[in-house]
Ligand binder design. Structure first.
Ligand code: CA
Length: 708
């Protein structure tokens, strides 16, 4: 794939959204009545606090409360990994994006898939015990940036908890998959979604949400694990002061904003990392970008804009503010600070410190004191141009004005770009090697201020396409596109120890074990991979017939160590094609095999003859860019999750085309109606543009997929 396409596909993957949207279907509801639960998923406070004593289990999203994704199992080693084979596999019911980490508790695997469905399997045999479908209305599929993914579930006292894409938080009976309670955590008339995994501690379920690319105000909530009643809520940005502040923290935060920021939402989504620290009884969570991205548009007279792009710590019982560390004040590049927050006790200068570590989209690695938030280490793990470094005394970065597009008339390149140097893909920390394993990525993008806001439903006030000329400016040394690497990182010295690089922008989650094995994957070659954790030697690979982006887990039953990995869907920045979506489970001596890889075939390019003038086609290109490209890709060329419109038989009939685009007959599959947003003349123009693109594609020799 040419590098420019790689960049664009990565960006679109990040920003995949906004293709319509419509009114909310489901009324907010009170929690439903509790029903009896069983001894399945009998996860207690004691078990979670002593998870290290039960290495056979994987009871929380990050493996244990410290979110290290370290397994103390050591049966699988570099010496015997050649015998690692498939034990069993299970097909999922949808091949949309798959980002989920399973749980394994007392012989049962609980795993979420796209559309917030949850499956339970016998962890020995793969027999399906139950499947839960929250029946998310298809139109919600157009409300998020990055597909209808779900990253995992939580377990507590006989129940499994899942955050549902449409904003619900649901407790399931771990034995049967039946709903115990369900509560709506968001305003479903707005573009809030949930893709992150809940966390549970002390009888409370913690959940955030996504949406800071829209009109959005962020918050984290805690719900009673037994009843679903709201226990506390912490807003991440202040609302309108005239309405009163919810807390002293909001009053403090409001002093760092200017203008009427609340009218544009403010942003600040906690769409991924939430870490409960039993040592301090704090909940640490990451807060994403301000909304709009353009800092001048949301806070015209400047200001740090708390708590955007910060790690915030609150009391787990009350939600009261304790500390924050803002990584980038007045941030404008979408460098969310929501990435995994890993706790560890690490020796620094001869003393053991209890620290929190994060490697973010900005390309920076941060180590904080987990009790106070004091910044201990800050250094970049990929090339960056937006800062020259941090003042550890103040905890503030020295911003490079040359990367600030809000100071420029034309485009300005920032490195990394909004796809980030490290996003949600799980990292891992081994207390044995003392290394942090980061799925790292190099990227850049040219941003240009858009005073009129952005097309579609986005709320960015910046354009991130059309700035290509900036790369050709004299003196620019930043490349377009970028590589991905498996990065083994010394968290104290902030130095690379080893890395394995590949020329694609797609990242994959990490798991490290006491057997000196690091598990990850490569979505381009469609392989699950293992490396020696200490020196990076690749020691195993397995062809998975699918894309891969999620993190894996290890567990043990009957004295055998298993590896479980969700595959399928796509991950941002790579090569995309429809693939199988499955849960794959391996063990030493496993002899199961995947069925023959039936190719996912696509319809041929068979457009009608062009029916419109070049001017009409050009107008359609502009309309397409604003309304359709975010989901359906550059020039109608799908990246796998959505139909390649150049191949659509609907191109032959304006009436059929409009039944979908304006009539909404595929709303159940996530294609929202554009009725009221586009006129029939405009959809005709879009169709003419797609016919043009299809004719070009038909007459162009195909490119071989990379990695083949
Ligand atoms: Ca963001």
């Amino acid at each position: 794939m040419p590098k420019n396409l790689n960049v664009l596909s990565g960006l679109l993957a990040l920003l995949l959204a906004g293709c319509g949207g419509s009114e909310a279907p489901a009324p907010a509801g009170e929690p439903t009545a509790a029903v009896a639960t069983t001894t399945f998923a009998n996860v207690t406070r004691d078990r979670l606090l002593n998870a290290a004593a039960e290495p056979d289990q994987w009871m929380t999203y990050g493996g244990s409360y410290n979110e290290q994704r370290f397994s103390a199992l050591s049966q699988i080693t570099p010496d015997n990994i050649s015998q690692l084979g498939l034990a069993w596999f299970a097909d999922f019911s949808t091949n949309r994006g798959q980002e989920s980490t399973p749980l394994m508790i007392d012989g049962v695997l609980y795993v979420s898939q796209s559309w917030s469905k949850v499956n339970a399997y016998d962890a020995r045999t793969g027999a399906l015990l139950w499947e839960y479908d929250p029946k998310v209305a298809g139109e919600f599929g157009a409300r998020g940036c990055c597909d209808v993914v779900n990253r995992g579930v939580a377990a507590w006292n006989g129940k499994i908890y899942v955050g549902v894409y449409d904003g619900r938080l649901v407790a399931l009976d771990a034995a049967t998959g039946r709903e115990v309670w369900s509560t709506v955590t968001t305003d479903q008339s707005k573009f809030y979604t949930i893709t992150g995994a809940p966390r549970v501690a002390n009888g409370k379920v913690f959940i955030g949400n996504a949406g800071a690319e829209y009109l959005y105000r962020g918050y984290v909530s805690a719900y009673d694990a037994e009843t679903g009643a709201l226990a506390w809520r912490f807003y991440t940005v202040p609302g309108n002061p005239a309405a009163g502040f919810e807390s002293p923290a909001m009053e403090m935060a409001a002093k760092t904003w200017s203008g009427n920021w609340w009218e544009k939402g403010g942003g600040g989504s906690t769409w991924d990392a939430i870490t409960y620290d039993p040592r301090t009884n704090l909940v640490l969570f990451g807060v994403g970008n301000g909304a709009p991205w353009n800092a001048k548009a949301r806070s015209p007279q400047g200001g740090d804009n708390l708590f955007t792009v910060s790690v915030v710590a609150v009391d787990a019982d009350t939600g009261e503010y304790r500390w924050h560390f803002q990584e980038i004040p007045e941030e404008e590049w979408d460098f969310d600070a929501v990435q995994q927050i890993t706790l560890a006790d690490i020796e620094i200068n001869g003393a053991t410190r209890h620290v929190a570590m994060q490697a973010t989209k900005s390309g920076y690695y941060y180590m904080m004191d987990a009790t106070t938030g004091q910044l201990l280490v800050a250094d970049n793990f990929v090339p960056v141009n937006w800062t020259t470094g941090y003042d550890l005394a103040t905890g503030r970065p020295v911003i490079n004005d040359g990367a600030r597009y809000t100071l420029a008339e034309g485009p300005r390149i920032a490195q990394p770009g909004p796809v980030g140097a490290h996003s949600w893909h799980p990292m891992a920390y081994s207390p044995l090697t003392g290394l942090l394993y980061i799925p790292a990525r190099e990227s850049s993008i040219a941003y240009t201020v858009n005073p009129n806001g952005s097309p579609g439903n986005f709320n960015l006030n910046v354009n991130f396409t059309g700035g290509d000329a900036a790369y050709d400016e004299p003196g620019n040394t930043i490349p377009r596109g970028g590589s991905t690497k498996v990065l083994a990182w010394d968290p104290v010295r902030a130095q690379e120890v080893w890395s394995s690089e590949r020329p694609t922008g797609a990242s994959v989650g990490m798991q490290v074990t006491a057997g000196n094995v690091l598990f990850t994957g490569n979505p381009v070659t469609q392989e699950l991979l293992a490396f020696r954790a200490d020196n990076g030697e690749q020691i195993w690979s397995y062809r998975i017939q699918a894309g891969i982006s999620a993190g894996s887990i290890s567990y043990a039953l009957d004295g055998e160590q298993y590896l479980a990995q969700v595959v399928g869907g796509q991950s941002p920045g790579g090569y995309y094609a429809p693939t199988y979506a499955r849960l794959l489970v391996f063990k030493l001596g496993g002899t199961a095999t995947l069925p023959p890889n039936a190719e996912f075939t696509q319809a041929p390019f068979a457009p009608p003859e062009q029916f419109a003038t070049p001017e009409f086609v050009a107008a359609g290109a502009t309309l397409y860019g604003g309304a359709c490209a975010i989901c359906h890709g550059d020039g109608g060329a799908s990246r796998g999750m959505f139909p390649d419109l150049r191949r659509s038989p609907l191109l032959h009939s304006q009436q059929a085309f409009d039944q979908v685009v304006l009539g909404g007959i595929r709303q159940d599959r996530g294609m929202a109606s554009f009725d009221g947003k586009l006129t029939p003349a405009e959809t005709d123009s879009i169709r003419a543009y797609l016919v043009d693109r299809a004719i070009v594609a038909r007459d162009t020799p195909p490119l071989a997929p990379p990695g083949q």
